[in-house]
Design a protein around this ligand. Sequence first.
Ligand code: PLP
Length: 421
Amino acid sequence: MNAGEKRDMATKRSWVDEKAHTELARVRLAREKQVYPYFREFERGGLHTSIAGKEIINFSSNDYLGLTNHPKVKEAAKAAVDKYACGLSSSRPQATTSEHVDLEKRLAAWFRFPACLMFTTGYQAMLGTIAALADKDTTLVLDAFSHACILDGAFLAAGVPGRQPEIRFFNHNSAKSLERILKTRERKNALVLLEGVYSLDGDTANLKEFIEICDRYDAVLLVDDAHGTGTQGKNGRGILEAMNIEGQVPIVVSTFSKTFGGIGGILVASQEIVDLVKNSARSFLFSASLPVPVVAAASTILDMLEKDGASLVAELHQKADYMRAGLTKIGFDLGASNTHIMPVMCKDERKTLFMHIALLECGVMMVPLTYPSVKQGEERLRVNVTRGHTKEDMDTALELLATYGDAFFVLSGEDLGPMED
Ligand SMILES: Cc1ncc(COP(=O)(O)O)c(C=O)c1O
């Protein structure tokens, strides 16, 4: 091949380049209009950070108890770096430490389950658990608003030759719809998957009704409590504690990426279910072990929850109540939210993006959620109140939201009018 041919090869666009170009049309347009909202670069950790030198209060973080940057948590992680470095260079069958096993035992006891298994992410915990349990005799029954990890877990299981469970959806949080699906399922066994607290809408699952229906139709319930862990229940043990139904749901999946200050997945269930997942889930067996500094950080936060959980959660709820009262007084629609997750409904893509940009310019970050993350007409700003936010942070945000909610017709609901070039 001569030099010219080599140059042609390097510049020739393949179908992959064409595909990327075509599918990025919306992203290009948003960047041109300077409203592309994602991948902003934080310059330090925490709810109070900076972006491009500007101080920012972050209301889209999931650091619900504001413990991620606690000095004791960082100290524990630093000590673990000295002992184990940042990685173990292998997956759990060959790279388990006593720190992993100790924390699994403590988490099982805290969540009040017989056993626990930690994964490297919550996403992998869900994928692995579904894959281990679902086969051709199983119908997976999903809430229509399920998180990507539940959807992907179900679709992945459905693609495994010889296993291929049936997948069915029920209307969001509807007991009637769940019952209809369970009655008409094609397979003998049913696994019902839902979230304790829904991350986009901030509403809680009607678990008592679901438990009763699952009992009646001989179905097993799996709750993803990623957003309920540390936020719901008097002591923060999650949605089961909040609803006084501990012991009535056999499988819970959660995460370290919110309240627990790092990254990592949690499965709590019976010893045999945990052992089955541990010995068969590919997302567990074929991905590197959770780094020990992350285990140490989560373990330190668990100490705090064991000691002071009730007061930490109470503080979060006081702050969430303050913000909810402020947003409601201004006149915002918070959708179905009844938790610290309060979507500010803008119901229009442009209004949502403009609100986001205007707030960010003034030092408040509320990430926009637009189609396809939410349905068209349900676009909103993601507003998560955490224990780490101060009254001043919330007052600043409320004042800005009132100003721009008015300026961009979010409060009045009028149309923005045609876009001008
Ligand atoms: C409901 C829900 N489940 C699971 C996950 C996945 O957790 P992780 O960040 O640990 O992968 C998330 C994270 O966004 C979530 O919101």
